[in-house]
Design a protein around this ligand. Structure first.
Ligand code: HEM
Length: 312
């Protein structure tokens, strides 16, 4: 049953989880099981992309996080546009949860935080995101029975890892714990993510689909994972070209102890929205560059040679 669209000022009804799936209800031919099993390998591959691994370790530059947020904005705008188009289609209607799941408004808030009020003029859709977006629009127009695959891949994933990723981003980028910049990860209208996922699985299983359509949905979900991985790979390549920033995970302290945020240079620059200008950090950052390290080693070797020749 689709969620009702609310009038302005109307309170959302609390979601009941009574139809949630219990473990003993599951059969191998249920769509939720077919999807979980059928995308296992893709999931593993996605988890092991460099971008995702770096993100989880807190190795994410602010500029790259902004680009990742931008990619998500274009993806969810397309996905939610197609969901709106198909909200009464029998192969999607029971999965229409705009209040609980939709992310576009949250992403607009995050982009406003990062880029300012004129965020729309400052962002563009990357090549890999464009391919993903085109596929979502194609599905929404031509094969709406497969839209569930795209919704599943994103929303179930977001509900599974959102809180962890939010904490990682907040810590690594010093984003406010009050949620500015990480609204995407907050599902304010989902009180229990685990139960909501069970409800979503039950709704997927109740769709009236023949086996060949179920197989096409699993295939499409694997494509959705593939599109996500292409976006991650693209971000990873862009990340490698960005100037190294001093991060919490990388160089937190002057002497191996203490908190970088207490460094007066660092605090001053943070306020101005720039990267650290602390002379110690700048010197270390310069020294971490391979060319500088090579020149340093070559100079030491040459000096040692001259000294040895002089002493002989
Ligand atoms: C290192 C990165 C990731 C980790 C550690 C992770 C972890 C998890 C875990 C623990 C679950 C199981 C949750 C549960 O059963 O309640 C899950 C489910 C899921 N994840 Fe991820 N995930 C990662 C990345 C991704 C990515 C990049 C995507 C897709 C873009 C994704 C999509 C999904 C989906 C669709 C599910 C639901 C599976 C199902 O129950 O059918 N995940 N993830």
């Amino acid at each position: 049953m689709p969620q009702e669209i609310l009038e302005a000022g109307e309170e959302p009804e609390a979601l009941l989880y009574e139809e949630s799936l219990q473990d003993e209800d599951v059969s191998p031919m249920d769509l939720s099981e077919l999807l979980k099993e059928g995308t296992k390998e893709s999931h593993e591959r996605a988890e092991n992309t460099q971008f995702v691994k770096d993100f989880l370790k807190g190795r994410i530059k602010r500029e790259l996080f902004k680009l990742a947020t931008t990619a998500l904005y274009f993806t969810y705008s397309a996905l939610e546009e197609e969901i709106e188009r198909n909200k009464e289609h029998p192969a999607f209607a029971p999965l229409y949860f705009p209040l609980e799941l939709h992310r576009t408004d949250a992403l607009v808030k995050d982009l406003t935080y990062f880029y300012g009020e004129d965020w729309k003029d400052k962002i563009q859709c990357s090549q890999a995101t464009k391919h993903y977006v085109e596929r979502i629009h194609h599905i929404g127009h031509q094969e709406p029975e497969l839209l569930v695959a795209h919704a599943y891949t994103r929303y179930m994933g977001d509900l599974s890892g959102g809180q962890v990723l939010k904490k990682v981003a907040q810590r690594a980028l010093h984003l406010p714990s009050t949620g500015e910049g990480t609204q995407f990860y907050c599902f304010d209208n989902v009180s229990n993510a685990q139960q909501f996922k069970q409800l979503y699985r039950a709704r997927m299983n109740a769709l009236d689909l023949d086996n060949s359509t179920k197989a096409r949905i699993v295939e499409e979900a694997n494509k959705a994972f593939q599109f996500n991985m292409q976006v991650f790979d693209e971000l990873d390549k862009i990340g490698a070209t960005l100037v190294e920033e001093i991060q919490d995970g990388g160089l937190p302290v002057h002497d191996g102890k203490g908190d970088i945020r207490k460094c007066p240079y660092y605090v001053g620059k943070q306020g101005a929205g720039e990267t650290s200008g602390c002379p110690f950090h700048v010197a270390l950052a310069v020294f971490r560059h391979p060319t500088v390290q090579f020149l340093f080693a070559a100079t030491i070797a040459a000096a040692a040679g001259v000294l040895a020749w002089y002493l002989m």
